[in-house]
Design a protein around this ligand. Structure first.
Ligand SMILES: [Zn+2]
Ligand SMILES: [Zn+2]
Length: 114
């Protein structure tokens, strides 16, 4: 009596051999000879291991960047950005005041107090 269901219990590559695990990437059932053991898990072959390996590395990079952002930005960068904004606003206001002759008026007021 054959009770094997397709894709379950039987190695994807060997008909009749019992699967002991599944590919971490594509989920194919694998026997003990077909599984590829890596530090990231079990896979059916190099292609799946590479795909998963790249994904794992990318997610690690993202986590690192996120962690760095959490620690790094509040300390220095935000203060630096605020400093730049203040400089830009002061510069723009100063230019507008000079254009309107405000400084000349101010100097005249200082020279001749009403
Ligand atoms: Zn696979
Ligand atoms: Zn197999």
């Amino acid at each position: 009596m054959h009770t094997n269901k397709a894709g379950e219990g039987e190695c994807f590559f060997h008909t009749g051999r019992p699967a002991v695990t599944r590919c971490k990437q594509c989920g194919k059932p694998l026997c003990s000879d077909c599984r590829l053991v890596t530090e990231d898990g079990l896979f059916c072959g190099d292609k799946c291991a590479q795909t998963a390996g790249v994904f794992v590395r990318r997610s690690h990079d993202l986590e690192e960047k996120r962690a760095r952002r959490r620690r790094g930005i509040p300390a220095g960068l935000i203060r630096f950005i605020i400093f730049l904004i203040i400089i830009a606003v002061v510069y723009k206001l100063g230019r507008q005041l000079i254009d309107r002759g405000f400084l000349e008026k101010l100097l005249q007021m200082i020279k001749k107090p009403a």
